[in-house]
Ligand binder design. Structure first.
Ligand code: ATP
Ligand code: MG
Length: 393
């Protein structure tokens, strides 16, 4: 085997070295090896070792029991956490995040065999070089996602893997190998047994990738029906993924759901257990998606007043609003025009002093004042607004 040297963060080198000093085997493994070979920045560095969790804990000053029953201990070094996991063989997966039972093993090869795809099943240490038992390097070169072992069996063990295959194909712009692709379509019904949280994590990573349009494979392979009927009914064919959008999750979900009715978009996101902040932002964007507005200050202020500034910026992109609207946005912001009740020159207390009864009436007056100020921002002065209120009364 070629003994290629891969640069690793010094903390990872130290953890591996310490384990090896004690006579254990230890390697960087999985995504970090894959990403480094591709010249991509790894998200995190995972370590696999022959040492048992208790042995790992004894060797490092600061550790956290992250998933000790599954063999994972987080080692803290320079305020960063590194997951160190004992070589294991997985039992059958259930609906949760982890296999029902795991067995530890002393063989690296056994640990690599349980991993999902050849490109994710490589290990590395300076001492050994790359350990690549399933030709992950070959598949990296050919840009192919291929299961370790028999695809059908591997997907039967854990149906989430069918979504992971599509997710990696989107992140890396790889094709899914033929056998693997056929197996995905066969095993699609099993996704119904996977938790919505796990499904959501994969879909979100897919949408936030360089090729969000590859989410169409979730429909084409027949998976979407087994996530939910409403999810299957989304306008899949139309989705192309708008180029140049930021990779934030609410932005990508909004782009994906822009042609969907807002209520349906919200139900879909709730069903997939997305957080409320994301749901609220997507709801706003989907409600405004495709709406033309005149390139006039009041109209722009009215639209801006209904959402957070960053959400407005995303809407400008999503709806391809032209230069004129962008210019007006800048002008409105530079001048600091009032866009919400918080910045109105009068508040509830002022209105009480002016004789307005707190409650429904006051709420309505505040709304009317905001509407007025959105029309004519120069009127956002206490005297002017109180004068207006006294006229209304
Ligand atoms: P990223 O962190 O960029 O999403 P990754 O490859 O590190 O990608 P993780 O989900 O962090 O993916 O998993 C780490 C490694 O654990 C994978 O590379 C793979 O070897 C293995 N793995 C993760 N999930 C599964 C699974 N469901 N079935 C089999 N192996 C898995
Ligand atoms: Mg990872």
């Amino acid at each position: 085997m070629e003994k290629q040297r891969i640069p690793m963060p010094p903390q990872v080198e130290r953890i591996i070295e310490r384990l090896r000093q004690e006579g254990f085997e230890a390697y960087a493994v999985g995504g970090c090896v894959r990403d480094t070979l591709l010249g991509r920045e790894p998200g995190d560095w995972d370590i696999t070792t022959s040492a048992l969790p208790q042995e790992v804990k004894q060797l490092f000053r600061r550790t956290i029991d992250t998933g000790i029953q599954h063999g994972t201990v987080t080692v803290l070094m320079d305020r960063q956490g590194y997951e160190v996991t004992t070589y294991r063989i997985d039992g059958e997966y259930e609906d949760g995040r982890h296999p029902r039972e795991v067995a530890f093993t002393s063989e690296l090869l056994e640990d690599l065999k349980r991993r999902d795809f050849t490109i994710n099943a490589m290990a590395y240490s300076h001492e050994t070089g790359i350990v690549d038992a399933f030709d992950g390097i070959g598949d990296l070169k050919q840009k192919i996602i291929r299961c370790v072992g028999e695809a059908r069996e591997r997907f039967e063990e854990d149906a989430l893997r069918i979504l992971r295959a599509i997710r990696f194909s989107a992140q890396l712009d790889f094709a899914i190998e033929e056998q693997t692709y056929h197996a995905i379509a066969r095993i699609a019904p099993n996704i119904a047994r996977v938790s919505k949280e796990r499904i959501q994590v994969e879909l979100t990573k897919l949408l936030c990738s360089a090729h969000p349009e590859k989410i169409r494979q979730v429909y084409e392979t027949g998976i979407s029906r087994y996530i939910s009927p409403e999810f299957a009914a989304l306008p899949w064919q139309e989705f192309e993924g708008m180029p140049g959008l930021s990779a934030e999750k609410y932005v990508r979900w909004a782009d994906f759901l822009r042609l969907t009715a807002p209520e349906s978009a919200v139900r879909t996101l709730k069903d997939l257990k997305l957080d409320n902040d994301t749901i609220n932002k997507v709801q706003t964007l989907v409600a405004w998606a495709g709406k033309e507005i005149p390139a006039e200050e009041p109209a722009v202020r009215r639209a801006m007043s209904g959402m957070l500034p960053e959400v407005w910026d995303v809407l400008v992109e999503l709806n391809s609003y032209g230069d004129e609207i962008r210019r007006l946005t800048e002008k409105i912001r530079a001048r600091g025009d009032c866009l919400d009740l918080k910045h109105l020159a009068v508040g509830g207390q002022d209105l009480i002093t002016a004789g307005v009864r707190p409650g429904k009436e006051m709420g309505q007056i505040l709304k009317r004042l905001l509407a007025l100020v959105l029309e004519e921002p120069e009127k956002n002065k206490k005297e002017v607004l109180l004068e207006q209120v006294s006229q209304w009364m």
